[in-house]
Design a protein around this ligand. Structure first.
Ligand SMILES: *Cc1c(COP(=O)(O)O)cnc(C)c1O
Length: 472
């Protein structure tokens, strides 16, 4: 399997090269040259498989040529051994033909673990085989940083530096990063906002000498390997509610469009998906797009579902590439419009095709709290604000009651205890493995919002480590 850039001006790469490259050299995102196909018989044969066995079936065609089946099986076995539920992504029935898929049973309680836990052993495998090392540098507004740290901790060929805005992530989120004792993990509390963190990281990657010297790599949501791991749970859940004999629909609380794009990929691979419903909070750029055909940025407002407080959904470029039949020049020109004018539009016939599958609905914080409260009263379930937005969108836009609607629960309620308590009157407790989170010692470096300072800290830390290992 080879991968091409959505902007068509970067070299074709194999899976392991795409993993390390992240963004393509022409600014595009890597996508598979063709979608692997699963027949109804292939899908029916997934019926009694475990999550890990399903993952091997779904991922195998994407990594073909980069590893053997036995190597993939070993990586997958490692990846899904750190979840606290035997089903990894269990389904709960909410009501008539309505389900909740819980994607928060990984070590950091958010759906990011589903992909990051796969990325950790995958990086190890690719790096150890080639004798390379990497330095992963990333910015986080909360969930991604802890998931990345948990996936990379204690791995010999990886150092990881995560920048977060000092004082602007929740206590639970900060402690999930700063209490990890592994010596290859480095947390930087930047004196600035999340946008400052992100642009500083971008600056480090654009400094070619620095990037090459320290072999920088990224695990942000545009990394193709993350999408691959997310496709798995769409197949796993669909088979549990009757695929391939009946279609299913999904409702997905959406930010960067990575999660729901994996659902679209599953559909392209042969899974019969009727609807993909996108849930937005007040940052509703995607919902506005599906309503009008125009993607237009507006300022970001803070909400109680902060992992969806985004201005640009970067993975959307992959969908564009697909609906424009792989025309990279066309994608490039739309992206140039977007960069220059803050907006682009697609033609009516394309929008009509897209909205036969996709639709979007927005919910403000009051509506979100109301859904959390209502679900708790009706079913006894406590859900987090992101998951609530997904459930509400699925209920609002469902076309056919006979098609099962599966809403994706993307975070454990204990990750957002204040919002959940305010809405349901009950405070969710942390799971056992994190029960002592607030007693663990923290370790982080507060640094000024200055590229030189952060670059020098990273270089100094890495130089110190290699000097230490020479001495010992
Ligand atoms: C990251 C995240 C999302 C958004 O997912 P995308 O793939 O960016 O669309 C939704 N909910 C939670 C809890 C998240 O951490």
């Amino acid at each position: 399997m080879k991968y091409v850039s959505t902007r068509d001006q970067a070299p074709k790469l194999a899976f392991d090269e795409v993993l390390l490259a992240g963004l393509a050299r022409d600014g595009g995102l890597y996508v598979p040259e063709a979608w692997p196909q699963f027949s109804a018989a292939d899908i029916a044969a997934m019926k009694d498989l475990s999550y890990a066995e399903t993952a091997v079936r779904v991922i195998r065609p994407f990594v073909e040529g980069s590893m053997t089946d036995a190597e993939l099986e070993a990586i997958v076995a490692d990846a899904y051994s750190h979840f606290d539920h035997p089903d990894v992504a269990p389904l709960k029935e909410l009501g008539d033909n309505e389900y909740l898929m819980e994607l928060f049973h990984g070590p950091t309680l958010a759906f990011k673990d589903q992909a990051m836990q796969f990325l950790g052993p995958l990086f190890d495998f690719v790096l150890n085989r080639s004798g390379r090392r990497v330095t992963i540098v990333g910015a986080t507004s909360g969930d991604t940083g802890s998931a990345a740290i948990e996936a990379c901790r204690d791995r010999d060929a990886i150092d990881i530096f995560i920048l977060y805005p000092n004082g602007r992530v929740s206590d639970v989120q900060r402690r999930q990063m700063t209490t990890v004792a592994s010596s290859n993990v480095h947390c930087i509390a930047l004196e600035g906002t999340f946008d400052d963190c992100q642009s500083l990281v971008k600056g480090l990657f654009n400094d070619i000498a620095f990037r090459d010297r320290w072999r920088l790599s990224a695990v942000n949501s545009i990394n193709w390997a993350r999408i691959v791991a997310q496709i798995v749970y769409y197949f796993f859940a669909a088979v549990k509610v009757g695929a391939p004999d009946r279609p299913v629909s999904f409702a997905v609380p959406t930010g960067n469009f990575g999660n729901v794009f994996a659902g679209y990929a599953a559909r392209k691979m042969g899974l019969q998906i009727d609807q993909l419903v996108v849930g937005s909070n007040r940052n509703d750029i995607l919902t506005r797009f599906f309503e009008t055909g125009t993607m237009k940025t507006e300022g970001v407002v803070p909400t109680i579902s902060p992992s969806m407080d985004i201005q640009i959904s970067s993975n959307f470029e992959r969908l564009l590439h697909d609906i424009l039949d792989g025309d990279g020049a066309w994608v490039r020109s739309l992206m140039e419009d977007f960069q220059a004018a803050g907006q682009f539009s697609i033609a009516e016939d394309l929008l009509r095709d897209l909205t036969s599958v996709f639709s979007g609905a927005r919910f403000d914080d009051d509506q979100t709290r109301a859904v959390i409260g209502q679900l708790h009263r009706e079913t006894g379930e406590l859900i987090d604000p992101h998951s609530a937005v997904g459930i509400a969108a699925g209920r609002a836009l469902r076309r056919d009651q006979s098609v099962p609607m599966i809403a994706l629960a993307t975070a454990h309620p204990a990750k957002f205890p204040d919002a959940v308590k305010a809405a349901a009157g009950v405070a969710p407790g942390l799971p056992a493995h994190l029960a002592d989170l607030f007693e663990r010692p923290e370790r982080y470096e507060i640094l000024a919002n200055d590229r030189e300072t952060v670059g020098a800290f990273i270089a100094g830390t890495l130089e110190g480590e290699s000097a230490g290992s020479l001495a010992s």
